[in-house]
Design a binder for this molecule. Structure first.
Ligand SMILES: Nc1ncnc2c1ncn2[C@@H]1O[C@H](COP(=O)(O)OP(=O)(O)OP(=O)(O)O)[C@@H](O)[C@H]1O
Length: 601
């Protein structure tokens, strides 16, 4: 989805900056954050007391051989251990819950945002890609917000604490360590960037593979019919391998980061030990102090080593947050005006196009409509006919305000729809599309899709009117039958009647009907036709017509070619004129040729 990436700025690519977007999500759960920080500090504090105890044991405990001293000391150590254990467990709980909470909110937000984006966005984006951002990328972010961030914080606190204690224990030895730090940290930061870049690339590759898989699984019947299993498997295999190769490159960079961090830090510790042991031999330092210093140095080195790993993980998560941020930054192309004009009430059902020109954003050079004007009066039935690609469905897309015209105006009930809230406009519309969308839900839920609060009685009444009741009752669980993804368990005619029932229940004043081109058998055809007639009753209907029966019932027929209306009139008038319509009708409505002749006379 290269187009989406165009939104991200160059600066974001080089830092952990994208993670900042998560701040508002984390900020919402102050309680969890405070709890996590508190237990984090407690656990770090408890760990940092241990080397102190060790020094006292070495320098005093064994030499004094005082058994009560040892007993007290060990009981104190047990208490420290208990505090450490409780604090660590609580920290884990707060931190992981915070991660899950943040990611749940993020998923909800991103999904909500995506549902509001204009169809222009989906013309260029792949749905599988978006799903991958919603799942795989949020999972990485979850790890970052949860364990990784807390691990980072814990190690920073431990590291700083250990360094402070080192300075207190032996300023001279500490100086040696301080000199070594930049040599360790700077390369770490550089590697982190490389990890982040590679990880983002790996996630992109994974998303591509996911997008391909979801597209092919969605079309598994076509896939099998064309016996393309082998080639599809091959392509998916290649996509997965590409994702693996990208992931391996990111892992390699991270492994190198780990090697570098551990080697440099522990070498520094050894160097310090070397110098320190000379001090002990020279009598300028006690063995216990060296032991204490060494333990702090090991703690600090461990923290630094862990931080390098954490840095890698955070870099990875920043890649994921960046991909997620791009999706959130995508603005709907169809904007809601700041002060939307109210639609007139009660609705009338009038639709007008005034000199509308339009081309699709993905194909700006090719005009889909030019200078088109039309008026549909309330309650009127208008049929639009024309050859394939003439722009008939584009008229619907503009009425639904999927896109805005480049020139001219589209008016619904006398209001320019650019000036109204798109939702207020769409509430006046019901659509029966050519390819009916059926969701993997029950028949009743599918019918109620356009009116979620509808009662069972209302759903059944709509199904009765759409002549869908009988076939639904014949399904094993009636209205509660799951109809399968994309309605695979229903016939073409049944799916259409389900869509008609959905439109009846929506009860909108304007009906947009895109007639299916696929032929149904005579009985189904009659049922669908009857259902449609009931649906059209008392509503303004604009129908992209393919059936002669529908055309004959229309009060007016608009004939389109190349994005323009070229003829207008009733069936008889247009046939009499012997123009585009007469030619089209004799070809397209072949099946009804006799009726057509009769009507023309
Ligand atoms: N989403 C889109 N992005 C880019 N171009 C599109 C898009 N949808 C349609 N077009 C193009 O716009 C033109 C008009 O298409 P439209 O779907 O309105 O035709 P139609 O008359 O409804 O055709 P049919 O009867 O075959 O459905 C066609 O050239 C088509 O290729």
């Amino acid at each position: 989805m290269a187009e989406i990436s165009a939104v991200s700025d160059g600066k974001a690519r080089r830092s952990l900056h994208p993670l900042r977007r998560l701040a508002p999500y984390v900020g919402r759960y102050r309680g969890l954050v405070v709890g996590a920080c508190f237990f984090l500090l407690l656990a770090a504090g408890a760990t940092l007391t241990l080397p102190l105890a060790v020094r006292r044991m070495i320098d005093h405990g064994f030499s004094e051989a005082d058994s009560t001293f040892i007993a007290n000391y060990f009981s104190m150590l047990i208490v420290v251990a208990a505090v450490l254990a409780v604090a660590s467990a609580c920290r884990y709980y707060f931190v992981v819950t915070l991660g899950e909470r943040v990611v749940a909110d993020l998923r909800r937000n991103v999904f909500g945002h995506v549902t509001c984006l204009s169809p222009a966005f989906f013309d260029r984006a792949q749905s599988g890609e978006i799903v991958s951002r919603l799942t795989a990328d949020t999972t990485q972010i979850k790890a970052a917000v949860g364990s990784t961030a807390s691990s980072a914080l814990r190690n920073v606190i431990m590291g700083l604490g250990a360094v402070v204690m080192m300075v207190i224990t032996s300023p001279r030895l500490s100086l040696l360590v301080v000199v070594a730090i930049p040599f360790i940290v700077l390369p770490l930061v550089a590697f982190g960037r490389s990890v982040r870049r590679r990880s983002r690339y790996a996630q992109d590759q994974l998303a591509e593979a996911t997008a391909y898989a979801s597209e092919q699984i969605g079309a598994v019947r076509v896939l099998q019919a064309f016996t393309s299993e082998k080639s599809v498997r091959g392509r998916f295999g290649a996509a997965v391998e590409a994702a693996f190769a990208a992931a391996r490159s990111s892992i390699f960079a991270r492994s190198f980061l780990t090697f570098f961090a551990i080697f440099t830090t522990f070498s520094s510790v050894v160097a310090v030990l070397w110098v320190g042991s000379h001090d002990v031999l020279a009598g300028t330092m006690t063995a216990g102090t060296l032991g204490q210093f060494l333990l702090y140095a090991v703690l600090a080195a461990g923290a630094l080593g862990a931080l390098s790993e954490v840095w890698g993980e955070l870099s990875q998560a920043a890649g994921a947050a960046e991909r997620m941020g791009e999706l959130l930054d995508e603005e709907p192309a169809v904007a809601v005006p700041e002060a939307p004009v109210a639609m007139p009430s009660p609705p009338r059902g009038a639709v007008s196009f005034r000199n509308v020109s339009f081309s699709y954003p993905t194909r700006p050079e090719r005009s889909a409509l030019h200078g088109l004007s039309l008026d549909v009066a309330p309650g009127e039935t208008v049929a639009i006919v024309g050859p394939s690609g003439a722009g008939k469905s584009t008229i619907f897309s503009l009425i639904l305000r999927y896109y805005d015209p480049i020139e001219g105006q589209v008016l619904v009930d006398g209001v320019d729809i650019r000036q109204a809230d798109p939702q207020a406009v769409r509430e006046r519309l019901a659509i029966v599309p050519q390819d009916v969308t059926v969701f993997a839900e029950s028949a009743a839920e599918n019918i109620a899709f356009g009116r979620p609060g509808a009662t069972r009685e209302e759903v059944e009444a709509a199904a009765q009117a759409a002549l869908a009741h009988d076939f639904i009752m014949a399904l094993e669980d009636g209205y509660d039958t799951q109809v399968g993804e994309r309605g695979v368990t229903l016939s073409g005619g049944q799916r259409q009647r389900l869509a008609i029932a959905r439109a009846i229940l929506r009860d909108a004043p304007i009906l947009l009907l895109d007639e299916a081109t696929s032929a149904l058998d005579a009985e189904s055809e009659t049922l669908v036709q009857k259902a449609l007639e009931r649906l059209m009753e008392g509503r303004t209907t604009i129908v992209v017509a393919h059936r002669l029966a529908t055309i004959l019932k229309a009060e007016r027929i608009l004939v389109m070619t190349d994005g323009k209306i070229v003829e207008e009139g009733t069936h008889a008038e247009l046939v009499g004129r012997g123009g585009v319509y007469a030619r089209l009708a004799s070809l397209q409505f072949d099946a009804g040729a006799d009726v057509f002749k009769g009507a023309a006379e």
